[in-house]
Design a protein. Structure first.
Length: 227
């Protein structure tokens, strides 16, 4: 997977953003969080860490996200970023009671998605790429749950008008998903899962990518309006 780059590169390419319009901050490596001025929006990547570990860099990022969300800055949290955003705003994150969710899965939009800026145009059900063991167990006060899957009742939520979390990985191609399954082969077998069958079920998920591109369009549109 390292040959294909990492989360920031995958997200930038999948979202259609040119390199000069993106600033990538590696908070886990100790890079300082910026001021929010001058940014159209924020995309929070996945991570190999767990939100419940309460690492210093993670908690500092959560506090930054809470301030940014309350200020109205558009935010799009992916997987760990989805969970961290929920935690930052007062939600609860923990181990998914249904266990690991990994591979290509179908999610179902809930009624509130019909009025959501990002999800309203999407089909009621569509496939996404998933790999996680923890989930948002309770959304923050005032948040709206927008989508669910068979193994996770909070696949997407919105807080306020401009902050979203999605448990799935819109930046993953089928190649990324297969690579992740193969990398976790031993752990999956220990859990009684069949990695070969999981790899065989991986499919393209263009609708997931479309959700992230709609966020970029929304955030840049707001920036021009407020310009």
């Amino acid at each position: 997977m390292r040959r294909h780059g990492g989360f920031p590169h995958w997200i930038r390419v999948a979202s259609g953003l040119p390199r000069e319009r993106v600033v990538s901050i590696n908070v886990e490596a100790g890079e300082s969080l910026p001021t929010t001025g001058g940014f159209a929006g924020v995309i929070v990547t996945g991570s190999g860490a767990m939100v419940t570990e309460r690492r210093d860099w993670s908690e500092a990022t959560a506090a930054w996200l809470a301030d940014a969300a309350r200020a109205g800055l558009p935010i799009f949290g992916i997987c760990y970023g989805h969970q961290l955003l929920a935690h930052a705003l007062g939600g609860v994150v923990g181990d998914n009671p249904a266990g690991r969710e990994m591979g290509t899965f179908e999610i179902e939009l809930l009624p509130p998605a019909a009025d959501d800026v990002l999800l309203a145009p999407m089909p009621e059900r569509f496939a996404v790429q998933l790999t996680h063991q923890q989930s948002v167990l309770k959304v923050p006060e005032g948040a709206v749950v927008l989508a669910r899957s068979a193994l996770d009742p909070v696949q997407a939520f919105r807080w306020g008008d401009n902050a979203w979390g999605v448990q799935f990985h819109p930046e993953f191609s089928a190649t990324h998903m297969r690579g992740y399954i193969q990398a976790r082969k031993v752990a999956l077998q220990r859990e009684g899962l069949d990695p070969a069958a999981m790899v065989a079920q991986v499919a393209a998920t263009p609708e997931g990518r479309r959700v992230m591109r709609r966020f970029v369009h929304h955030a840049t549109g707001l920036a021009r309006t407020n310009g």
